[in-house]
Design a binder for this molecule. Sequence first.
Ligand code: ZN
Length: 249
Amino acid sequence: MVKKIRVTIWNEFVHEKNDAAVKKVYPDGIHNAIAQGLKKEMGFIIQTATLEQPEHGLTEKVLKNTDVLFWWGHMAHGQVDDEIVKRIHQKILDGMGLVVLHSGHFSKIFRRLMGTNCSLTWRVADEREIVWNIAPSHPIAQGIAGSFELPGSEMYGERFDIPEPDQLLFVSWYEGGNVFRSGCTFKRGNGKIFYFSPGHETYPIFYDKTILRILANSARWAYSPIRLSTNDVPNQKTPLAPITKRKPI
Ligand code: ZN
């Protein structure tokens, strides 16, 4: 039997409660929209977590039982406790997968993992976005056309201040002329990371079938069957083979 992948979808869940325009699009929160979409795919056990929960819903136990963590945040990055960020970071280094969505580029966890500012330029002007699939053989791009269009989107533009990705999967073009590296993979320690930019809170992007397929593929890709701590490695006093005593030079 194929093991089910345990996905935890984290959302700061602030806009949806205090902004009528966002509430209209995501009445139950972006995390629940993504959860509903992923539930239609086989092979996942899905739970959600939000900022307001104790320990932001990301206790040791929750993270221990999470294979892949999804992250959506925008206006409350600063409210995420540094101790929790440290905990998530170690879990990723041990092999937990991470999928960072849209404005999560400025989250504490993503910036910590990247080691750069992760800044970019942006514009909310209700413009077309064409997402180009430039790595069609990659597992995350399975079932995705060569390009697809989002009729209304927020522009995220270069230069995106990230280290060189391990692989660039998607490149976006916007009606206003900008381009963006919209799908990038990274590895940190034993953990796989995918950053995906579509998903502004006033657009119904997380109901889009193509977007949900990419998110499902990314969860499968980021899953690692092995969690191995890179933090607590003992020294090896006893050599594997005898070491010949050498005369001093
Ligand atoms: Zn946005």
